[in-house]
Design a protein around this ligand. Structure first.
Ligand code: ADP
Length: 246
């Protein structure tokens, strides 16, 4: 099976400290994956490498026929190639409606004066509605983003990323600060999104990872310590050791 993204033998040091140490990890074209690991395991640095914010000292990150770890591949270029990233805090435009937020995020809006008026065309309206449906905000298109709950803002931001049609979406602790109902809905949104693209969730909360019910990769000291179902990795003595402390 050909992979969507292949991280191969990547290392990164900060002032001589190896934050990522010979890391190899692959993602398929449509999958949901959770990446877990104790503080300092290298989860954030891993996302920085995939999105081009940090360039590895060694190894390669292969995306299709491109090595996106090369210095010439900027963060914005990598984003345009189809890799989206959701940071922990939602950054929606609070004074705009849900529809306007999604319209601003649309990739390749069609029609005359597309950049200025792209929410006007039928094609764009259809795309916006499809994304709103996907994030459970179809009934909230005319609401101001500033009036949404914390969970709804997070979904809107996921929607803004989906509107850019990424083939890989990296999501950092999406359920942080959410109510139980919002967490459940977030699970549904991520699982649905992963049916047509790869969705990688970096997560601390094991209960949420259990809900996601997907393949799990455990990072430790910048490498993969274990991979498989949550039950499989959490029964691994080495994983128990790094989580419970030595
Ligand atoms: P995680 O997200 O799993 O908590 P990080 O990727 O943030 O882990 O960090 C991995 C290790 O690299 C940590 O020990 C952290 O202190 C170190 N680190 C990360 N970024 C930098 C940086 N810019 N400069 C120095 N050390 C860093």
């Amino acid at each position: 099976m050909s992979m969507l993204l292949e991280v191969d033998g990547v290392s990164v040091s900060f002032d001589g400290f190896r934050a990522i140490n010979n890391l190899s990890i692959n993602f398929g074209k449509t999958e949901l994956r959770a990446i877990i690991g104790p503080n300092g395991a290298g989860k954030t640095t891993f996302m920085d490498i995939v999105t081009g914010k940090t360039k590895p000292d060694e190894g390669s990150v292969i995306w299709g026929d491109m090595n996106i770890s090369l210095l010439g591949m900027s963060e914005s270029r990598i984003a345009m190639e189809g890799i989206g990233r959701k940071f922990q805090k939602p950054t929606v435009f609070e004074a705009q409606t849900v529809r306007q937020n999604l319209a601003m995020a649309l990739k390749n809006p069609r029609g005359p004066f597309a950049v200025l008026m792209h929410s006007k065309t039928a094609e764009n309206a259809r795309k916006i509605e499809a994304v709103a449906e996907e994030i459970g905000l179809a009934d909230s298109l005319t609401r101001l983003a500033g009036e949404l709950s914390h969970g709804q803002k997070q979904w809107l931001e996921i929607g803004m990323l989906l509107a850019q049609e990424p083939r890989l979406l990296l999501v950092d602790e999406p359920a942080a600060g959410m109510t139980v109902e919002e967490r459940e809905k977030t699970t549904d949104i991520l699982r649905r999104a992963a049916q047509t693209r790869a969705v990688v969730v970096v997560e601390h909360d094991m209960e949420f990872v259990r809900r996601l019910d997907c393949k799990v990769t455990v990072l430790h000291e910048g490498s993969v310590l274990a991979e498989g179902s949550l039950d499989h990795v959490t029964s691994n003595p080495r994983v128990i050791e790094v989580y419970l402390g030595r």
